[in-house]
Design a protein. Structure first.
Length: 592
């Protein structure tokens, strides 16, 4: 046991079996890791300061046995805009002689004045918080536990009822605070980010949250160190999470407290495997009615934030795929300094990158992102990843659900009867990956690939349009198409070769489709009596204008086109073996 009765400054990594802080004892850990194998006992008026990316990791494998009325102090910065939310998860709880983790409340947040001193934040009931003096509005403090609709957000306010591992929402502040407590040139609030000083008993050990199938739970990193998010999501004890983390993003240009004015959504993070950086797809900003239902669809956030390591205080949502629990463990903790490209809290501005990070080996995998600009109003981004362990079905920790399925016009991967924004597959050059297009009204979709990672630069990527059997180079050029209202689940496919899909060339030679405009009749010659299940005629917007079923195996077919207007159409015959025989025809009823 180590007794510390004076101010001890640690500027190099240090390990202890356990630590006892006597009354008024202090430790200052700057820009390094403090590792404690067992528990920490902080007696009254003692303090453990984590500064400038200093972090605490403990090695216990069960529940926390930390105790004491002394406090750990650690900083984190969130948005400075009092109209926007951050999702948080506290690294500390109430400091008392009770053994183990305790509840948190916003009364434990403070405004730093020096590197060791802080003033308690004022908790107010007004809508708008302030930076100096630090005042936090309790109106916006809520948590979300096993919820399946908007009304199930639980109001917390200024109460200390947030258990370890429970996330909470909190809006930022207005104004500025020029105090520079660490003398590093970074002030508490320059107008772009608000610093908070979390003070309390450090969370430690196994922290378990309850999950309900198809329900959302706001949780986050519960420790005073970085969290290896991949390790948490892919832990075999945490399969009920679905292996995906969702991060709230909000349009910071909208300055309103009215729900109907909000523009926001959830970005999706798929870890893929423990040793890779994972894939993050940003949110598409939607706006909302007063009851929380979707109103209209807005712009994509276009954010690109690293998510492999969740920094101190970062909250996120998990959408459970089963009833069960998930457990945060000390084994999931990692020392990684916060900075762009490594570990970044979602806030308004970016910090300077710190290149001193974990020594964990980084593996690579292939993926690319597909952007679809819809009606020139907003972009839906999808990601397609390739891993040898991925299947064509839903894979935990790989395939990410679409959390915003209400937009009337949208695109997605369709896996096991659900909409997904990230899909993982085992790469096969012959694969054809369907993209489901949903159009509530006639809409224009422009497809293109903005980002290709670790993918063979010589490999072509096409979007196949079954309507006219055309291939489009979306890697270099893009493809724009207007579609009629409807859901198109089998029309658009991502392919890696431009070979003809469907039936063989020999089948095309045997089955001839042509338009007889003199007699206003569509005809098909079927000399080998191929059994035909159905025929459909599409206009160039993809709308079905004629449909017949159970045609049999006649040698010839004919269909009146007398009621169809002049134009180009796609004719599709479907055989009983589900092979498609298609042809483009020009219909003109003025010919005589």
């Amino acid at each position: 046991m180590t007794r510390i009765l004076f101010l001890l400054v640690l500027s190099t990594s240090k390990c202890f079996a356990q630590i006892y802080f006597g009354p008024t004892a202090n430790m200052y850990v700057k820009s390094e890791i403090l590792f404690v194998q067992q528990n920490i006992n902080l007696e009254a008026n003692s303090n453990l300061y984590l500064r400038n990316n200093g972090q605490l990791i403990q090695g216990t494998t069960l529940a926390s046995t930390n105790t004491g009325q002394g406090k750990l102090s650690v900083y984190q910065e969130g948005t400075s805009d009092n109209f926007e939310y951050n999702y948080w998860c506290s690294p500390v709880g109430n400091a008392s002689a009770t053994v183990g983790n305790e509840n948190f409340g916003i009364t434990m947040l403070n405004q730093p004045t020096t590197s060791t001193l802080s003033n308690p934040a004022t908790v107010i009931s007004n809508y708008n918080g302030t930076a100096n003096p630090l005042a936090i509005s309790s109106v916006w403090i809520h948590k979300l536990i096993n919820a399946n609709n908007y009304s199930q957000w639980v109001f917390v306010g200024g109460a200390s009822t947030i258990a370890a591992g429970e996330g909470f929402s909190m809006k930022g502040t207005s104004g500025t605070d020029s105090a520079d407590p660490e003398g590093t040139g970074v002030v508490n609030n320059s107008g772009s980010a608000q610093r908070y000083d979390f003070r309390g008993k450090p969370n430690d050990g196994n922290i378990t949250i309850n999950l309900g199938a198809n329900n959302s739970t706001l949780t986050g990193n519960p420790y005073p160190s970085a969290l290896h998010l991949n390790a948490f999501l892919l832990d075999s004890d945490n399969l009920a999470t679905g292996g995906i983390a969702y991060f709230w993003e909000q349009d910071k240009t909208v300055n309103s407290h009215f729900l109907a004015a909000y523009r926001g959504g959830y970005g999706s993070y798929s870890p893929m495997s423990v040793g890779v950086d994972g894939v993050y797809v940003p949110a598409t900003f939607n706006s909302y009615n007063q009851d929380g239902t979707l109103n209209t669809t807005g712009l994509s956030s276009s954010l690109s934030i690293p998510r492999r390591y969740a920094p101190i205080g970062q909250g996120f949502v998990v959408f459970a795929n089963a009833n069960g629990t998930a457990t945060f463990k000390n084994a999931h903790r990692i020392y990684t300094k916060e900075g762009p490209g490594v570990s970044q809290f979602e806030k308004q501005t970016k910090q300077a990158a710190d290149k001193t990070n974990s020594n964990e080996e980084v593996n690579v995998f292939q993926y690319f992102k597909l952007n679809t600009i819809i009606d020139n109003k907003f972009t839906r981004q999808l990601a397609l990843a390739f891993l040898p362990e991925a299947t064509d079905g839903v894979d935990i920790g790989i395939d990410a659900l679409n959390m915003d399925t209400s937009p009337p016009n949208d695109v997605a991967f369709w896996i096991e009867n659900s909409s997904y924004v990230i899909q993982g597959l085992n790469f096969d050059q012959t694969k054809k990956i369907p993209i489901t297009v949903k159009a509530g009204t006639s809409a224009t979709f422009k497809f293109y690939i903005p980002e290709v990672i670790n993918f063979d630069t010589s490999q072509s990527i096409y979007l196949y349009d079954a309507l006219d059997q055309s291939y489009h180079d979306i890697k270099n050029e893009g493809y724009q198409v207007t579609v009629a209202p409807g859901i198109y689940s089998d029309r658009f496919k991502i392919t890696f070769t431009s070979e003809t899909l469907g039936v063989s060339e020999e089948a095309h030679k045997q089955f001839i489709i042509f338009q007889d405009n003199n007699n206003n009749v569509l005809k098909a010659s079927n000399p080998n009596n191929i059994a035909i299940k159905s025929v459909k005629i599409y206009d160039m917007l993809g709308k079905v204008v004629l449909s017949k079923k159970d045609l049999g195996s006649e040698a010839n077919f004919s269909f009146s086109t007398n009621g169809l207007s002049h134009g180009i159409y796609i004719v599709e015959f479907l055989t009983t073996e589900n092979k498609k025989l298609t042809e483009k025809v020009v219909i003109s009823n003025s010919a005589r």
